[in-house]
Design a protein around this ligand. Structure first.
Ligand code: ATP
Ligand code: MG
Ligand code: FE
Length: 345
């Protein structure tokens, strides 16, 4: 079965074809709207919707061509139906539903966070090759721009929330911290690049909520700590890099401590990590060491599939379509959507 996946929940237009018979991707393409939103310092929802309208059909044509397929070769469609920006979601849902109707093929509404969560199961982890992707049960760390969650995954579609952020998401903390030190939008990857040049231990920030039990997170206070450190520093390039390093170490440490605690609580040694912050090099290193030290394993998507993409939506949708799940022809999206409400496979 060849499934066309469409992602339009925010500021990335992503399209991919996943082939269930081959067990692999045929092609994927991504168009990022970053340059469009940069002058506003954040995503402007109406501009995002309009740009998805402009880019989605050309991207679908390109992806089909790279897959060696005609539009009629599509066996099923998968699209992000939420959570996300309602106008942006409606573009992907409208196109996917229309194609499904015209081709008389099944289509499935995919939960964006389930897409992220299942991405590490799509292909071999390039940094841990030869073992094959992990299978549930495992613990998932979802660290993206809008979410920071620890989830016990008993099976595909059986998700139990173990803990989550009480305020900012980890990616949001990276972005806001970058902004207050004058780094260009979008700041997360930029801050990580600064941290690569920074010296460890010059600035030490707290590890929020690690000194008491529980699996929730809080990252908004860290931002304030950075603000004060930056204000009181000489504001040189090396100060910025050292502060970035101190911030990154604090976030990575906090996430690692909570992941280990979550594995203990779930009685499990397999961790999967997904979402944009999962592209962070130091986080990857740290979590790999933690998992290996306890005789377990950790799996990440390739960095390009940590941030938003169509491949994860094609894959998550393919699993559900293969299990016979699909929906009627109405175009419905859910800007807010609880992942625990999803049916099991
Ligand atoms: P959500 O999936 O929760 O709706 P989103 O789709 O905006 O949010 P993603 O696309 O998964 O989030 O990830 C984007 C986030 O990842 C941004 O906050 C960005 O700063 C962060 N990010 C990307 N690369 C890195 C990196 N190397 N280090 C740290 N953070 C990063
Ligand atoms: Mg994005
Ligand atoms: Fe995302």
């Amino acid at each position: 079965m060849k499934v066309l996946g469409i992602e339009t929940s925010c500021d990335e237009t992503g399209v991919a074809v996943y082939d269930t018979d081959a067990g692999s991707l045929r092609a994927h393409a991504l168009y990022s709207q970053v340059a469009l939103h940069a002058e506003y310092g954040g995503v402007v929802p109406e501009l995002a919707s309009r740009d998805h309208v402009r880019k989605l059909l050309p991207l679908i044509r390109q992806t089909l061509q790279e897959s060696g397929m005609e539009v009629g070769d599509i066996d099923g469609l998968a699209y992000t139906a939420g959570p996300g920006l309602v106008g942006a979601l409606l573009v992907g849902a409208g196109v996917a539903r229309s194609l499904a109707w015209a081709l008389d093929r099944p289509a499935i509404a995919v939960h964006h966070m389930e897409g992220h969560l299942l991405a590490p199961l799509m292909e071999d982890d390039p940094e841990d090759p030869g073992r094959g992707p992990p299978q549930p049960p495992f613990v998932a760390l979802l660290v993206s721009g809008g979410h920071t969650q620890l989830v016990a995954v008993e099976a595909v579609g059986r998700y139990r929330l173990l803990g989550e952020t009480l305020d900012d998401a980890a990616g949001e903390a990276f972005d806001k911290t970058a902004k207050l030190m004058g780094l260009p939008y979008p700041g997360g990857p930029e801050l990580a690049a600064q941290a690569e040049r920074g010296r460890p231990g010059v600035f030490r920030f707290p590890r929020p909520m690690t000194n008491r039990p529980g699996l929730d997170f809080s990252f908004s206070g860290l931002k304030t700590q950075v603000l004060l450190a930056w204000r009181d520093s000489g504001k040189t390039d090396s100060d910025r890099a050292d502060i970035a390093r101190g911030f990154e170490d604090a976030v990575v440490d906090t996430l690692a401590i909570k992941c280990e605690r979550a594995l203990d609580e779930a009685g499990c040694d397999t961790l999967v990590v997904a979402g944009g912050v999962g592209a962070n090099r130091r986080l990857r290193e740290r979590l790999r060491k933690m998992a290996v030290d306890r005789g377990g394993r950790v799996s990440f998507p390739r960095p390009a599939f940590c941030t938003d993409n169509g491949a994860m939506i094609a894959f998550a949708g393919a699993l559900r379509l293969q299990a016979g799940q699909y929906e009627d022809a109405s175009v419905r999206v859910a800007p807010r959507w609880d992942m625990a409400a999803l049916p099991a496979l």
